[in-house]
Every structure is written in structure tokens, then in C-alpha cells.
Design a protein around this ligand. Structure first.
Ligand SMILES: Cc1ncc(COP(=O)(O)O)c(C=O)c1O
Length: 419
């Protein structure tokens, strides 16, 4: 299992003193280890490992992963452009998007690979005649995610081409004289590893109708354990399952498919934390609750409010002199004017309250939220309640800290208003 980066009290105090709170902190050594693990995903006929940039598109993360040898998946043309501007060769970037937005023609001309996610997208990309051919994201008819909101395949999901239309896609490609070179699926985030393999087998079964496919991309979705009790995907076991399927496919068809995977969460989630400060402690009486209010919430980390996601939380005395109080059941909330700005929801239930038994802090003490490297800085209710976006800091292997995104100023929040 991956180690979890969780700043101890001295590091939390150092971050707070130098960069203020709230502040994201990433551990470079953890990112490197995670990249190495994904790059050693064993594949019988070759591997391309991509980072799903949406999980954390900070330039420092992109550059680190690019130097390691990872390729990238982008969910929008903007994201693809951002990866390229971080210095990545366009041919190492793939767009798999709900919407082919601004600049797709320029990106294709530069060598970016596009995975068509519908018949209309396929028509559009085929007409651009990309030299590398085109990919096809298939909705294989079943998905697997940690919850309904992260399950992105099956009848209830709009992502990818419905599998019954694979022959229509092949006909479009033939009409344009272009090869569908890779088949792709991404069926959900944090889903059941056993289902991942079963769905992979389904996707391979469509390839008889796609004779030019030489690569299969099985997406991301590998689970991490952010908190004790959560089960992490065993990458080696997943690789062994995929390898078995690819070998069987090769024996049956003579086609030796290259494998692609594109995790986001697995590469970054447990490499990041948020350092925040306790701003208040309030109670709703004997039969009520004790709420610890901190200065980080849905404007920095939306996952608990959105999914009932569980993140490890700890407190540290501000100065080390006055100890924290005795442990007791607490609810931790953010500063936004929403009852949903709750950092301790019941597991999987954003509406429910999930008490944590933790030492009681006082205003001014520090709070650390772990598992915050993926879909936190990248996916928050940024600027809600006019809160300036928090900075991001990278800890190098020697322990030194570098600012990799400054805190927004208050003026940044409304700078673009034109009235
Ligand atoms: C197409 C695609 N690939 C990869 C991922 C990464 O998923 P995860 O962060 O669960 O690994 C996503 C996430 O939504 C995605 O949409």
C-alpha cells in the first residue's frame, strides 16, 4: 500500500508560518514513487502510462511526471494546452473530452492524440486526418465507481460511445479513410478492482469490429486508501489481470495490443495535504455536536461535500506550548455559508454527519487534511464566498518547501469583472 503524506506538527507549523493558511502541500518524493509504480505496470506487449491531468494540473506536478516519462490524458482542450505549455511534447498528450472545444484543430495539427467520445466527435476528428489516427472511447455498458457520481460508464452515463454503435464508428472511419488505432474506456473512479478486469474483457470483445486498433487504453480509476479501512487497488494484481486478458486476446486473434492506463487519483491523491487553521469551536448543546470550524472548506476541498469522501484529519497545537484537549467526537466544518461545507460527512453520504474522535483544538491551532493531492486544488468551489484561492507548495526530497502557486490576492477574486 502507498504511504500517505501527512505533515507532522513541525511541518504544519512551518507551512503555516511561511505561506499562511489554508495551503496545499505536495510531497515530491511521493509523486516520484507513485510515478515509478505506475510506469512499472507490467504489460506483455508494451505500456504507455498517462497521468489524468485533471486530478492535479499544477505545472510542478506535470513537469515532475513528464520528467519521469509519463504521458498525459486531458479532459478538455484547455487542459491539453496547459500540459503542452508546461513543456510536454504534444505527441505525449491525448484529449478524451466530453466537448471538443477551442483549438482542437491546432492541437491535432501539433500531434495531440484525440480519443473520440461520440460519433459526432469521430466525424469531426476524422475530417482533420490526424497522422496518428484516432481513438475511440467506448462505453462498454457497465461502470464501476466509488459512488454514482464517479461511475462514468453504463446506461446512466453519457461518457464515450455506446458499445452498440461500435460498428457505426468503424463505418465512419472507413468512409474517411482513417484508422481507429486505439480503443479506450474509463469506467469510473475508485471502483471495484474485480469489476475493472471484467469490464476490460468486455471492451476487448469489441475489437473484432475495429481491425486497426493496436492499443487498448483501460483508463484510470485505481483506488487509493486515503483513510484507514479503505482498500487500495493492488497495481501488480491489476496488471496481471490485464496481461492475462491481452495474452488471451493475442492467442485468439494474433493481435498483440499495447496497453495504456491513465490514473489520476493513484498518482497524486496521497501525495498532498492541506494545512489549515482552526478559527472557532462551537457547540449545539448537550444533545448536539461540537463543531470545529477551520479556514479550509469547500473552496479548497469539495470531495467531502460532493461525495461524502473521507479524508484523514488531525490537529496540531499552534505553538507546541499549549497541548490539545482530550479526544472527543467532533465535526469539522469549513468557513463557507453552506451546511454542506462539512469535512467530516458520514462515509459516502454528503448529507450525513460523521463524527471523528480527535483531540479538541482551540482557535489558532492547526488542522491537517490528508489525501488532498487529487481533485482538491483542481476541483474546488474556488472563490465561493469571495475567498481567494489557496497557494500550493511542494516539499522537495531534502525537506525544503517551494511555492508552486501563489495565493490569490483579494483583488484577483473580482479582477475580471467588467462593470
Ligand atoms: C478519461 C479519464 N481517464 C482517467 C481518469 C482518472 O481517473 P482516476 O482519477 O480515478 O484515476 C478520469 C477521471 O475522471 C477520466 O475521465
Amino acid at each position: 500500500m502507498q504511504a500517505r503524506f501527512f505533515p507532522d506538527a513541525p511541518l504544519a507549523r512551518d507551512v503555516a508560518a511561511r505561506f499562511g493558511t489554508p495551503c496545499y502541500v505536495y510531497d515530491a518524493a511521493h509523486l516520484d514513487r507513485a510515478a515509478d509504480a505506475v510506469l512499472s505496470f507490467a504489460a506483455p506487449f508494451g505500456l504507455t502510462a498517462r497521468f489524468a491531468a485533471k486530478a492535479n494540473p499544477n505545472r510542478a506536478v506535470l513537469r515532475r511526471f513528464a520528467a519521469k516519462g509519463l504521458h498525459f490524458d486531458a479532459s478538455t482542450t484547455f487542459e491539453a494546452e496547459r500540459v503542452i505549455r508546461a513543456g510536454v511534447e504534444p505527441s505525449r498528450v491525448q484529449v478524451t473530452a466530453q466537448m471538443l472545444g477551442e483549438g482542437i484543430e491546432r492541437l491535432v495539427a501539433a500531434g495531440v492524440r484525440v480519443t473520440a467520445c461520440s460519433l459526432a466527435q469521430l466525424e469531426r476528428i476524422a475530417a482533420l486526418r490526424p497522422a496518428c489516427g484516432v481513438g475511440l472511447r467506448i462505453n462498454p455498458g457497465a461502470g464501476s465507481g466509488a459512488n454514482n457520481r464517479t461511475q462514468v460508464a453504463g446506461r446512466d452515463a453519457s461518457f464515450g460511445l455506446w458499445h452498440e454503435q461500435v460498428s457505426d464508428a468503424a463505418a465512419i472511419a472507413r468512409r474517411h479513410g482513417i484508422a481507429i488505432r486505439w480503443a479506450h474506456h474509463h469506467v469510473g473512479s475508485g471502483g471495484d478492482p474485480a469489476k475493472w478486469a471484467a469490464i476490460a474483457a468486455t471492451t476487448l470483445s469489441f475489437l473484432d469490429r475495429l481491425p486497426d486498433v493496436d492499443t487498448v487504453n483501460l483508463g484510470g480509476g485505481f483506488k487509493v486508501a486515503r483513510i484507514d479501512g479503505e482498500k487500495e487497488t493492488d497495481l501488480a494484481a491489476a496488471a496481471a489481470e490485464a496481461a492475462g486478458l491481452l495474452r488471451a486476446f493475442a492467442e485468439r486473434t494474433g493481435r498483440r495490443l499495447r496497453l495504456e492506463v491513465e490514473p489520476g487519483t493513484w498518482l497524486v491523491a496521497n501525495a498532498g495535504a492541506i494545512v489549515a487553521r482552526v478559527v472557532d469551536v462551537v457547540s449545539t448543546g448537550r444533545d448536539g455536536h461540537v463543531f470545529v470550524k477551520i479556514d479550509a472548506g469547500m473552496a479548497e476541498i469539495l470531495r467531502p461535500s460532493l461525495y461524502g469522501a473521507q479524508h484523514p484529519i488531525g490537529f496540531a497545537a499552534a505553538d507546541g506550548a499549549r497541548p490539545l484537549g482530550a479526544p472527543q467526537p467532533l465535526l469539522v466544518v469549513g468557513p463557507c455559508c453552506e451546511s454542506g461545507d462539512l469535512l467530516t460527512p458520514a462515509p459516502g453520504d454528503p448529507e450525513g454527519l460523521g463524527h471523528r474522535t480527535l483531540p479538541l483544538p482551540a482557535p489558532g491551532d492547526l488542522c491537517v487534511i490528508g489525501g488532498a493531492g487529487a481533485y482538491c486544488a483542481a476541483m474546488a468551489a474556488r472563490n465561493y464566498n469571495s475567498i481567494p484561492a489557496a497557494p500550493e507548495v511542494m516539499q522537495a526530497a531534502d525537506g525544503s518547501l517551494a511555492l508552486v502557486r501563489r495565493r490569490q490576492t483579494f483583488e484577483d477574486v473580482f479582477r475580471d469583472e467588467s462593470c
